[in-house]
Design a protein around this ligand. Structure first.
Ligand SMILES: Cc1cc2nc3c(=O)[nH]c(=O)nc-3n(C[C@H](O)[C@H](O)[C@H](O)COP(=O)(O)OP(=O)(O)OC[C@H]3O[C@@H](n4cnc5c(N)ncnc54)[C@H](O)[C@@H]3O)c2cc1C
Length: 168
């Protein structure tokens, strides 16, 4: 018998984003918050830049620290991106569009995959720089950089009720 899924559907299904819209958000957003099981089992939610590449999320950063220790202790993680929000005081509400990704996080050891991920980062965050400059920067920083890959197990996306498509 197969295990029951740990992933829940939205209670308000009409507010769900399509898989295509979720992907668009993950391609567009520049940062999100990575949630890990941190020290003393306190959840550690840390803001990070990221990129979507080869159907996975990639992160980069220091080789040591709370984040690295937490991902070493428990690979399960989630990553939340708020793509857009607008407070609506008249309605006592906030309009929003957000995505949450669940998966497992591990350091990337394969040099070719590390390089592809760092190049994807550089293209995303420095699109106007010539490729030569991006590659030079990667060569400089890569040895002291941890690249981590979040294998995606589940994605959900949600918009506020006011932005959801009207139901028939
Ligand atoms: C929008 C944004 C994008 C970022 N992108 C990246 C990225 O791509 N790569 C990257 O390495 N870092 C990024 N940072 C910084 C990141 O949030 C962490 O500070 C950094 O990764 C170090 O994390 P650590 O767990 O190794 O720090 P440690 O110094 O080991 O953490 C020790 C303690 O410091 C506190 N702490 C750490 N970071 C923060 C924080 N941001 N805010 C408040 N308290 C904190 C926590 O209490 C933590 O338990 C980004 C920050 C922001 C706001």
């Amino acid at each position: 018998m197969s295990e029951p899924t740990p992933f829940r559907p939205l209670r308000r299904a009409a507010q769900a984003l399509s898989p295509e819209d979720c992907t668009a958000v993950l391609e567009r957003a520049s940062s999100g918050v990575l949630a890990l099981l941190g020290d003393g089992e306190y959840p550690y939610a840390v803001p990070l830049n990221f990129c979507l590449e080869e159907d996975a999320l990639f992160f980069h950063g220091a080789l040591a620290g709370h984040r690295v220790d937490a991902m070493g202790a428990c690979a399960k993680a989630s990553f939340c991106v708020v793509d857009w929000e607008q407070v609506q005081p008249d309605r006592y509400a906030t309009d929003f569009r957000s995505v949450i990704v669940f998966g497992t996080l591990a350091p990337v050891e394969d040099p070719a995959q590390r390089q592809r991920a760092l190049e994807a980062f550089a293209r995303k965050y420095c699109p106007d720089h010539p490729e030569e400059r991006r590659l030079r920067q990667i060569a400089l920083e890569s040895p002291g950089t941890l690249v981590a890959r979040l294998e995606i197990h589940h994605v959900s996306g949600k918009v506020s009720r006011s932005l959801a498509a009207p139901q028939p």
